[in-house]
Design a protein around this ligand. Structure first.
Ligand code: FPP
Length: 246
């Protein structure tokens, strides 16, 4: 991976100083992509992982600080066992196969969510990737695994209640944010969802308070680097006022 210069970003139609710091992605439409192309759903998920590589690389090269991917939600357990098996295998493969290159490129991998529910091999692959890359100062690559915003918020509220009982003091906004999985990450700037669905599906509900939302009809396996650039261009055109005036 080579960092893109200001001129190279300009040639792509992007302004270096206005790149989002933190991008989140809901990688939706693998199943429909597979159906459209006459493949099994498993092939859709595999194509989805393949797509990921160039997007992680572009995020790192273009100066984005954090990328947070919704790989498995607290609701995904409802899927049939064979599909869960496919997703687990792909996760293990991703963490084991990609780790060397990601590590070489200074990417810091972190999972967000309740990892304990996964089979041992998934947990081991994730923990190993986290451990190996924990001191890297490049792109912060967060993989949401058994993640749900409502569970995250409840967990934080529980921790804060306990502390409030002990100290007798009410928590601040900072205290609350410290208890979220995203603690230490830059504020979420851009949230992308593929496949034409117009909802957040229990993803980063607190963090998305002032994020720019980008929805596209493109299925996840077709969400190329060019599509990503299109989303960032649209982000750079938006006027972010945070409730204030221009
Ligand atoms: C949504 O497509 C996608 C998922 C539930 C899983 C996303 C997972 C991956 C891309 C692979 C694993 C991730 C990593 C980080 C290695 P869908 O199955 O809901 O598609 P559909 O709505 O068209 O059926």
């Amino acid at each position: 991976m080579a960092k893109l210069t200001i001129e190279e970003l300009n040639e792509l139609g992007l302004r270096a100083e206005a790149m989002p710091r933190h991008v989140a992605m809901i990688m939706d439409g693998n199943g429909r992509w597979a159906k459209k192309n006459g493949f099994l759903r498993a092939m859709g998920h595999r194509a989805g992982v393949t797509r990921l590589r160039e997007l992680v690389r572009f995020s790192s090269d273009s100066g984005i600080k954090a990328l947070t991917l919704y790989a498995f939600s607290t609701e995904n357990w409802k899927r049939p066992d064979d599909e869960l098996g496919v997703l687990f295998s792909l996760l293990i493969e991703f963490f084991n196969k990609e780790i060397d290159e990601l590590h070489r490129n200074n990417v810091c991998i972190r999972s967000i969510g309740e990892l304990d529910a996964f089979p041992l091999k998934v947990r081991e692959a994730v923990k190993n990737a986290e451990q190996r890359t924990k001191n890297n100062g490049g792109l912060m690559l967060n993989i949401a695994l058994n993640y749900g915003s409502q569970a995250e918020i409840l967990r934080a509220a529980g921790a804060l209640c306990k502390r409030a009982i002990e100290t007798g003091e009410l928590p601040t906004k900072d205290d609350f944010e410290q208890e979220l999985y995203t603690c230490g990450l830059p504020e979420l700037d851009l949230l992308i969802r593929t496949s034409g669905e117009l909802r957040l599906s229990n993803y980063l509900l607190y963090q998305a308070a002032y994020a720019e939302l980008y929805f596209t009809d493109v299925f996840w396996p077709d969400f190329t680097k060019e599509e990503y650039i299109k989303a960032i261009k649209e982000y750079q055109r938006r006027s972010r006022r945070y409730g204030g005036l221009e």
